[in-house]
Design a binder for this molecule. Sequence first.
Ligand SMILES: CC(C)(COP(=O)(O)OP(=O)(O)OC[C@H]1O[C@@H](n2cnc3c(N)ncnc32)[C@H](O)[C@@H]1OP(=O)(O)O)[C@@H](O)C(=O)NCCC(=O)NCCS
Length: 290
Amino acid sequence: MSGSSDGETSPRVPDAGELHQLFRDQDHRFGNVEEWSLQQLNAAAAASPGCYVRVAGILVGAGLHDGQELLLAVASRDGLDRAGVAMTLLHRSPGAQECWLPTDDRELAAVMAAQGWRPSTVDLQMRLPLLRTQQTPLPHGVDLAELTGGEDNVMHAAVHELACEAWDMDSHLQQFLDRYVRPTTYDAGLWVLGRDHVGVCGAAIGQVLQVPDALVGKVATLAVVPRARGRGLAAALLSQLCWRFAARGLLLAQLGVNANNRSGAPTMYRHLGWAQASSRTCWRRGDPGK
Ligand SMILES: CC(C)(COP(=O)(O)OP(=O)(O)OC[C@H]1O[C@@H](n2cnc3c(N)ncnc32)[C@H](O)[C@@H]1OP(=O)(O)O)[C@@H](O)C(=O)NCCC(=O)NCCS
């Protein structure tokens, strides 16, 4: 499409603000609360040559490799051939194996399908207004543990172990720290931890996200070890976290959950008053052999 009326591919790396705006607008259009951080987009832009499409100098499409993943955004503008822009970006990203897009973006979904990509995992975004937040009591035998600044690294390691047990998977402590402790959104006051006679048994970790017109409380993770389940601990930790969000003046809480979560978490969240706002679908490159 280089040089066509639909835009020109351009090797010029956009400045961080320009890129952020494009991804944020795409999410916003489909009701998604913004999840893109400047840091993440900068890192992806620095890691690969990327592909950028501009119309009259304005960025209308970007495709960035983030490891295996392709980060793809196409602007919505009158007269713009979004499908054409998306196709260009896909053709210029041959190594990418997966790509998350707003589920309701039918135009891009049609392009992905036509290019041999297949929809797989779906993540639901759920929201809860924080106006009438009530605190649910902790189950008997569980109290709250705080991060005090003294030995927080010990607690971080304990929460990492708890997460591995709750999700029944192995992960490196380093990965956990990179995801939950290192980012600038880390906030020790929003780590709500439950402790029983054995140790840390449940965690709700929160972050504050800046979205275009508000600050939103994001539940970054919620996990309870098997021994402590079914007694209302997740509900209590979540209500405590939402209460802390509200105490900071936030009006809305948000979380993402896999639609096929093994614990049936989407049903649990609905039961606790959360409503689905939107969703993202992970598209995987089809196996050409099949
Ligand atoms: C999901 C998880 C956190 C639930 O923890 P829990 O402490 O057992 O949950 P609670 O006992 O607090 O349940 C809260 C409420 O939701 C209900 N509930 C829990 N799971 C449910 C389900 N699968 N379907 C319907 N309702 C459910 C409970 O009945 C309870 O309601 P009640 O108080 O009216 O009886 C836990 O199973 C877990 O850690 N799973 C692995 C990690 C995970 O999937 N985290 C969530 C992903 S974002």
